[in-house]
Design a protein around this ligand. Structure first.
Ligand SMILES: Cc1cc2nc3c(=O)[nH]c(=O)nc-3n(C[C@H](O)[C@H](O)[C@H](O)COP(=O)(O)O)c2cc1C
Length: 203
C-alpha cells in the first residue's frame, strides 16, 4: 500500500490556490489507487515551531540525556520525520512569499533535516538517507519567476529534498496569478491540466 504525505504551507486556507491544486493532485492519485493512505500536514493552519536555541539544543542532546522539556521538543521533530519516513510520495504546496518559501515551510525543513537520521556526512560528502521516495512541488505565484534568479522557492526545495535523499521530483507551476483575470485563469487551467496528466500516469 502506498503512502502519500501532503505538506501545505499557504496562509490563505480555503482561498489558497496551492491548497486547491494539491487537493486536485491527491484526488487524482487516490482515484488511481483507492488504497492510497494519505497524511496531511497543513503548516499554514498549524505551524510547526521555528528553530530556536532551545530547540536546537534539545535536538543536539542525546535522547538519554534530555530534560523532560527537551524530550517534548525533540518529540515534535521526531513526529514530523516519522511522517516523512512513512511516505512513498511527498506532495508539497509552496506559494511564493517574498521570493522564497513561506517561513512555515522553511521551519518544516529545519525539523526534518536531521544529521544521522535523514542525512549523514561521509568521506564522499553528504548522503541523503530518505531514498526510494518521490516528491511533487506545486508552486503558486502572483508574478512570473519560473527559472529566474529571484525564484528561491524551487531551487531551495530541490536542494533540501536532494540533501535528504529525495531526487525524483515533479514540479507544477501556477504563475502570474496576480497579473490579471485572464492570465490567472489560463495559468490555473494549465496547472490543472498538468496535474491531471501527471496523476493519469499513476493510474
Ligand atoms: C506575504 C506574501 C508575499 C508574496 N510574495 C510574492 C512574491 O515575492 N512574488 C510573487 O510572484 N508573488 C508573491 N505573492 C503572491 C502569492 O505567491 C500568490 O498570491 C499565490 O497565489 C499564493 O499562493 P496561495 O494561493 O496558495 O496562498 C505573495 C503573497 C503573500 C501573501
Amino acid at each position: 500500500m502506498s503512502h502519500l504525505l501532503i505538506v501545505t504551507s499557504s496562509l490563505s486556507g480555503a482561498a489558497s490556490q496551492s491548497n486547491r491544486l494539491i487537493e486536485r493532485y491527491s484526488a487524482g492519485l487516490a482515484a488511481a489507487d483507492p488504497r492510497l493512505e494519505i497524511t496531511r500536514r497543513d503548516l499554514g493552519a498549524q505551524p510547526v515551531a521555528p528553530l530556536d536555541g532551545a530547540r536546537l539544543g534539545a535536538l543536539g542532546t542525546p535522547a538519554a540525556a534530555r530534560t523532560a522539556l527537551q524530550a517534548t521538543v525533540a518529540a515534535e521533530s521526531d513526529a514530523l520525520i516519522a511522517e516523512l519516513k512513512a511516505a512513498d510520495v511527498v506532495l508539497i504546496g509552496a506559494p511564493m512569499y517574498n521570493f522564497t518559501v513561506p517561513s512555515q515551510l522553511k521551519s518544516w525543513f529545519d525539523h526534518v533535516a536531521r544529521a544521522g537520521v535523514t542525512f549523514r556526512y561521509t568521506a564522499a560528502g553528504p548522503e541523503g538517507l530518505l531514498t526510494g521516495k518521490r516528491a511533487v512541488i506545486v508552486t503558486t505565484r502572483g508574478g512570473r519567476h519560473q527559472g529566474a534568479p529571484e525564484d528561491h522557492v524551487v531551487p531551495y526545495i530541490q536542494t533540501m529534498l536532494a540533501f535528504i535523499g529525495i531526487r525524483e521530483l515533479e514540479i507544477v507551476y501556477a504563475e502570474g496569478l496576480a497579473i490579471g483575470e485572464r492570465e490567472r485563469q489560463s495559468s490555473l487551467a494549465a496547472a490543472e491540466a498538468r496535474i491531471d496528466a501527471l496523476t493519469a500516469l499513476a493510474a
